[in-house]
Design a protein around this ligand. Structure first.
Ligand SMILES: NC(=O)c1ccc[n+]([C@@H]2O[C@H](COP(=O)([O-])OP(=O)(O)OC[C@H]3O[C@@H](n4cnc5c(N)ncnc54)[C@H](OP(=O)(O)O)[C@@H]3O)[C@@H](O)[C@H]2O)c1
Length: 261
C-alpha cells in the first residue's frame, strides 16, 4: 500500500500537511513522539476522509530511530510515496549560554534524521519511478542568523541538501522540494523559548504554508518560499553581504541576550 509519511505530524505544519493530504485521498503514516495526539488525529482523519491513517510514535533523535521506522514500514508492506521531513525545532540565545545537548539534538533531528529518512526511502521511489519528498526548511536558511546560529545553519543544510538531491533524482520522476516557511503560527516559538519580537510579528498559518507547498509541488518546483513578503525578504537577503546581515540582526536581537551578562 502506498502511503504518505509525515514526520512531526502531531502539531503545526506537519498536522496541516496530514489534514490536507488526507483530504486529497492520501493514506497516511504519521510520525512524532506524542502518541495520544497522533492516535486522535489518525482516528479523526480516517473517519472524516475515509483514508487509512496509522502512526508510529518515535523520537527521531533516538539511536537508529530511522532504521526502526524504515523496518516498520517494510514489515507492513508500506510503499512511502510521499515523504515529508517536517519534524524540527529551534532555539534562540547566545550559543555559549544555550544547552549543548539540546543544540546537538537539534542537529540530530533537523539534519541527521532528515538525511537518514531521505536515504532510506529514495531507493524505493527510484524503483517505482515516482515519489515526492518535501523537506521543511525555513527562510532562516537564507542567511546566517546570530543568536539562532545552530537553527539557521541546520536549515541552510536542508535547503542546500534538498536542491542537490532534487537534481540527482529528477530523471527518475521524483520531486524533492525544499519548503521554506517564514514565521508561522505554531508551537515552534514556545518550544524554542523564543519570545515574540517584531522580527516574527507577521506570521502565516500552517495551512497557508501547506497551500504554498502543494502549489509548488503541482508546478514541480524544487524550492518554495511561502508568502510573498517572505519571498521578497529572502530573495533580497541574497543580494546583501552576510556580514551586513549578521551585524543588523545581531544589533536587533543581541542586546536581549548580551545584557544578561
Ligand atoms: N513555525 C515557524 O515559524 C517555522 C518557520 C520556518 C520553519 N519551520 C519548520 O517547520 C517544521 C515544523 O515546525 P512547526 O512550526 O510546525 O512546530 P511544532 O508545532 O512545534 O511542530 C514540530 C513537530 O516536530 C515533532 N518533533 C519534535 N521533536 C521530535 C523528535 N525528537 N522526534 C520526532 N518528532 C519530533 C513534534 O511532535 P512531538 O513533540 O509530538 O514529537 C511536532 O509534531 C520544523 O522543521 C520547523 O523548523 C517553522
Amino acid at each position: 500500500m502506498k502511503v504518505s509519511l509525515i514526520t512531526g505530524a502531531s502539531s503545526g505544519i506537519g498536522e496541516a500537511f496530514a489534514r490536507r493530504l488526507a483530504a486529497e485521498g492520501h493514506d497516511l503514516l504519521l510520525v512524532a513522539r506524542s502518541e495520544t495526539k497522533l492516535a486522535a488525529l489518525c482516528e479523526e482523519l480516517s473517519v472524516a476522509e475515509g483514508v487509512s491513517a496509522n502512526y508510529v510514535a518515535i523520537d527521531l533523535t533516538d539511536y537508529e530511530a530511522d532504521r526502526r521506522l524504515y523496518e516498520e514500514t517494510e514489515r507492513h508492506g508500506l510503499e512511502v510515496d510521499w515523504l515529508i521531513n517536517n519534524a524540527g525545532f529551534g532555539s534562540m540565545g547566545d550559543l555559549v549560554e544555550l544547552d549543548l545537548e539540546r543544540e546537538l539534538e537539534m542537529i540530530g533531528l533537523n539534519v541527521m534524521a532528515l538525511v537518514a529518512l531521505t536515504h532510506r526511502y529514495l531507493p524505493g521511489m527510484r524503483q517505482r519511478k515516482s515519489g515526492t519528498i518535501i523537506n521543511v526548511s525555513s527562510t532562516a536558511s537564507y542567511q546566517p542568523v546570530p543568536y539562532m546560529a545552530t537553527y539557521a545553519a541546520t536549515k541552510a543544510f536542508v535547503t542546500s541538501f534538498s536542491q542537490a538531491i532534487a537534481e540527482e533524482n529528477r530523471r527518475d520522476g521524483i520531486l524533492v522540494q525544499a519548503l521554506c516557511p517564514g514565521p508561522t503560527e505554531t508551537a515552534f516559538f514556545d518550544n524554542a523559548k523564543i519570545e515574540p519580537t517584531s522580527m516574527f510579528k507577521q506570521q502565516q498559518t500552517a495551512d497557508e504554508v501547506v497551500e504554498a507547498a502543494m502549489r509548488a509541488v503541482a508546478s514541480r518546483k524544487t524550492k518554495a518560499i511561502s508568502g510573498w513578503m517572505n519571498r521578497v525578504v529572502a530573495t533580497a537577503s541574497l543580494m546583501v553581504p552576510d556580514r551586513l546581515i549578521t551585524y543588523v540582526v545581531g544589533k536587533a536581537i543581541g542586546p536581549k541576550f548580551r545584557s544578561k551578562k
